[in-house]
Design a binder for this molecule. Structure first.
Ligand code: 0X9
Ligand code: CA
Ligand code: ZN
Length: 451
């Protein structure tokens, strides 16, 4: 990230012709600088000491910063200088953290590729090639649909994975809706800098492809479920984040904003459920959590929301459960994010208890911390709130490796951890598939809800 363009204070500017000429030269230099360095406020990572309650963290987020990690008595944020100043004025101490790591190995990076030391991460083209190869290898198990395009015109895809065995059959014609395979959705990479989540999608495809027919648990699930994997919701942001060879810590999409030089909408504040309701997002274009001009104003959100709506067959949503993958902090989160309350309109005690039971069981398998998302801070317009509140899909958010201690590389863990940290979620993913036909079984209420 470049330092801000230096500005000459007004008082020192107008002292004779020499100074004026120098100012003109400086201005010319500034104008010649590439647009991005002039118009986008640089952000940095900060440690904020003081906030220890969810309400205090919500107040920090309300400055326009993103809260990236929550610790006891402190948080890590991404903020521009003005947002950091607002946090300071809340009375907290604010300390600059080191920027993203340099993984260049002293070598020059290819444009739009990961730095050499992180070459095992997949950029957009590499991820698409990998997915196409998986589909070519397991054509009876997987297929791909282009469900729409990103702002910059990249394909957003959904990969369908389902077995050829004799489990419950897809409804198809609608007549056998009761016997239809429950569907489960995995979404990845809403936030540009959270590259490990794309690797999670690639891992799932490899795992399902290579284990179907040999591993009993995988085979049983794929013969009785339909899995949808949307591996990359934010391809434009992801490519922008790596484009120069040094990570930019970019979060949002790359959609321009009217009347502002700041680009991007936070996709995970743009979903059409209680959008902008509750102080869990920002109306300022420069904010890390800018919610957009309207629900689904980000094309990427509209594309995926339309896809989810398209899974309503004969008035019934076929998708029963979902995980939206993020990094980092090692958390299993469930709705709602818009309210601190455990139950609310649209979330009964039984709903909450089923969310918590399956969430805690998944967290026991991967060692993450299970909690309601608003235990961190309030969010509104997030995907999990929409999937549950609007579509009644049991939707979780996973925050992957590292934990919040600061030792694991934050948003940029080295590529050496990819295999370990994606496989770490194998059991949790299978658990969700196994519970998806009746989430209320987890609280002993199958008879009441699932007959
Ligand atoms: O703030 C977010 O969007 C997610 N954290 S991140 O650091 N990856 O940006 C958390 C979203 C959790 N879900 C809800 N709060 N509803
Ligand atoms: Ca490496
Ligand atoms: Zn995220």
């Amino acid at each position: 990230m470049r330092p801000p363009t230096p500005r000459t204070p007004r008082s020192r500017r107008l002292h004779g012709k020499v100074a004026a000429a120098a100012t003109a030269v400086l201005l010319t230099l500034a104008m010649a600088a590439p647009a991005a360095s002039r118009t986008e406020e640089p952000t940095r990572s900060y440690e904020v000491t003081g906030p220890r309650t969810a309400a205090q963290r919500t107040a920090v987020a309300a400055t326009g910063a993103s809260v990236d990690a929550v610790r006891r008595g402190s948080v890590v944020i991404t903020a521009d200088a003005a947002q950091a100043e607002r946090v300071r004025r809340l009375g907290y101490s604010v300390r600059v953290l080191p920027g993203p790591p340099d993984r260049s190995d002293g070598r020059r990076a290819e444009p739009f590729d990961f730095p050499p030391a992180d070459a095992n991460y997949h950029n957009y083209a590499e991820a698409m090639a990998e997915i196409n190869a998986d589909i070519a290898r397991y054509p009876s198990l997987m297929s791909k649909q282009v469900i729409g395009k990103s702002y910059e015109g990249r394909d957003i895809i959904a990969v369908k994975v389902t077995g050829t065995g004799t489990g419950t059959q897809p409804a198809g014609d609608g007549t056998a809706a009761a016997a239809a395979r429950p569907e489960v959705l995995f979404t990845h990479h809403q936030h540009a800098r959270e590259h490990l989540t794309v690797e999670m999608a690639l891992y799932l495809l490899k795992e399902f492809g290579s284990k179907y027919g040999s591993d009993a648990r995988v085979t049983k699930m794929l013969d009785s479920r339909v899995v949808w994997i949307v591996p990359d919701l934010n391809p434009d942001g992801g490519e922008y984040d790596i484009a120069t060879g040094s990570y930019r810590s970019w979060r949002k999409n790359r959609q321009p904003n009217n009347g502002s030089s700041a680009r991007g909408t936070d996709l995970n504040r743009n979903w059409d459920y209680k959008w902008g309701c509750c102080g869990g997002s920002s109306g300022s274009t420069g904010s890390e959590t800018y919610r957009g001009t309207a629900p689904e104003s980000a094309p990427e959100v509209k594309v995926v929301a339309d896809f989810v709506r398209s899974r309503v067959v004969n008035g019934k949503q076929q998708i029963k459960a979902a995980i939206d993958f993020h990094t980092y902090s090692e958390l299993v989160l469930w709705p709602f994010g818009w309210t601190y309350d455990d139950t609310a309109p649209g979330m009964t005690k039984d709903d909450h208890d089923a969310f918590a039971a399956v969430g805690k069981s998944m967290a026991a398998s991967n060692g993450y911390t299970p909690e309601q998302s608003s235990d961190l801070y309030i969010t509104d317009g997030s995907i999990d709130d929409w999937l549950w509140g609007n579509q009644k899909i049991f939707a979780y958010t996973f925050e992957m490796y590292p934990d919040s201690s600061g030792a694991g590389g934050g948003f940029y863990p080295p590529d050496e951890v990819i295999d370990r940290e994606t496989a770490r979620n194998r059991d949790a993913v299978l658990q969700l598939l196994e519970n998806a036909d009746c989430m209320y079984r987890s609280i002993g209420k199958e008879a009441q809800y699932c007959r």
